[in-house]
Design a protein around this ligand. Sequence first.
Ligand SMILES: [Zn+2]
Length: 267
Amino acid sequence: MQITKLEHGVFAVRFDTQAEACQAFKRVQEFYENPVLKGQSGITKDKVDTWWKGHHDGTESYDEHWGGFNIPGDVLRDFLSKHEDLDDLERSVFTTGLSGAQEVAYLVAGFGAIGSHEWTSLLSHELAHAMYCVVPSYRSMMESLVALLPKDLRNAMNTELLAMGYDEFVLNDEIQAYLATGADSGLLAAMKKACPGLSFHGKTQSWKLTKTKPRKNTACALSTTKIETCESKRERIKLLIVLNTFQSSYLHFLDAGESANTARATG
Ligand SMILES: [Zn+2]
């Protein structure tokens, strides 16, 4: 395990394995954003696993599904004050590694070797959450962009995120984090249903929207309307600008933080 202090009081914890990351963070993560368990004292790993099994029909366990974690510092301190029964792994992170979390403005965690795709993609998604919480100008930029998304697309993303297990109060935060750093497969599929022709190009890290032929003789009036909406050139251009601005804004704010770090280190 490795703990790094970043800009704005953000700390990043890297684990070698997904199982270790989940075992260290599942209680505090669900204390933060679980629809049923949030804010409660007496959260155990068994309670989290039982909730997960009751709400997800897939074969994946909690520890196989989740790899990245994010918690505001005040929520972490609240969790620690209500949970004195930390196990050895939790103690090594929160008590020994972070000295009781007094300096933590925001905590992110993930797993993978340094420089690996797993670690860099998890870290970039979790850093989007950290900036949303601790950098007010980033948050207001992202909130404006979320408000500009077409209603159909936003509704489709909200529905999928709720099905993935996120609580309502983090929906906008998750939308900005996924659009800024790349949507995962389930969310991408939901987006494509609302907006046919939408795709994400990993190589150029940009969104594309190819023209789709309006379906004739369709029995579903609703889907025809959606396709026609995406067929409008004006709407397509507007949507592409909004989607790609999520990423460019994220990179801009990230670079600004890194420049500040460099200036501090050399100045
Ligand atoms: Zn997230």
